[in-house]
Write a protein that binds this ligand. Structure first.
Ligand code: GUN
Length: 304
């Protein structure tokens, strides 16, 4: 039987550690602060940002939620970022993506002070990460490393195959694994003989954004499977493709009219040595790591 890597338990442990650090800082008169910028009314973003603000409240981190309307210009957003960069009670700036089309996301992310870049999206932090220097690392990939580390799954010397090359997940995940001495292969939509490569993976990280893309034939028995995908299935046909005969999921589908599946076909989990479930795996770590990055930024900015 494969081991289920419980994201919820690991997220709780990380948040407890962060809360303890926040207490120590409070004794020195320091309250870490996060500014969350949520533009417009994207429902998924609203849910994520609400969870982020709530996590701050739970851990004793100050938060400021800023909600510009969806017709804001790049210039107005740049003004906002400049203000947040200069506000002393703000240690971390989070600009929730995606942004409306008229806003140039790259220009904005480049304008966030690298010292307050708790998402780890600024090129300075991406560069520091690839140069093996201390950096604020993107939260989801940092969560992947925490899951492996806290589950005592060794990384050094293992062949880690990352499927997906996004700036937010795939690329930084590959860098973090490399910095932990894995042998790393990055695959993507143009990769030839993908299954041949994924079958070599001791650790397979799926971050493609396609439901159940990694099938059982693509997995080496006993491998560790890390599923970063969050895909919503809305139709009976999609549901049946992955969960036909699964009573628990059937109940969820009947109740909500949809279920979530990752980028790995759940049938592939059965042959793994260990895997992160969806939901309940990597997703829960993203917010915990954002909290950890905010406290880290607060300390770094004060030279602690
Ligand atoms: N949108 C989806 N994931 C993320 C994330 O990790 N950070 C931000 N800022 N936006 C996102």
């Amino acid at each position: 039987m494969p081991r289920i890597l419980d994201g919820a338990a690991i997220a709780v442990a990380i948040k407890q550690e962060v809360a303890a650090e926040v207490k120590l800082l409070a004794a020195q008169g320091i309250t870490p602060g996060l500014a969350a910028v949520l533009v417009g009314n994207v429902p998924a973003s609203e849910i994520y940002v609400r969870s982020k603000v709530q996590a701050c409240a739970e851990l004793g981190i100050y938060s400021d939620l800023i909600t510009p309307s969806d017709d804001i210009t790049t210039e107005a957003m740049l003004d906002l970022i400049a203000t947040l960069n200069s506000r002393n009670e703000i240690d971390g700036i989070l600009v929730q993506l995606p942004l409306p089309r008229q806003v140039d996301a790259k220009v904005l992310l480049d304008a966030v002070s690298p010292f307050k870049d708790v998402d780890g999206f600024h090129p300075v932090n991406a560069g520091r990460l690839q140069a093996g220097r201390p950096a604020l690392a993107p939260c989801t990939p940092a969560g992947v490393i925490e899951i492996l580390r806290r589950s005592e799954i060794s990384i050094a010397g293992q062949h880690a195959v990352v499927v997906g090359r996004s700036d937010i997940v795939g690329k930084p995940a590959a860098m973090l694994l490399l910095n932990q001495n894995a042998t790393v292969t990055i695959c993507h939509s143009k990769t030839r003989n993908l299954a041949e490569i994924t079958r070599q993976a001791d650790i397979l990280v799926a971050a493609i954004g396609r439901p159940g893309f990694i099938t059982p034939e693509m997995v080496k028995p006993g491998a560790t499977l890390i599923d970063v995908g969050i895909n919503r299935l809305n139709t009976r046909e999609e549901f049946d493709r992955f969960f036909l005969g699964n009573a628990k999921r059937e109940a969820a589908f009947a109740k909500r009219g949809s279920v979530i599946v990752g980028d790995i076909d759940p049938k592939a989990f059965e042959l793994s040595g260990a895997y992160t479930p969806v939901p309940g795996g990597v997703g829960l770590l993203t917010i915990a790591m954002l909290m950890a990055n905010t406290v880290r930024a607060a300390k770094m900015r004060r030279g602690l």
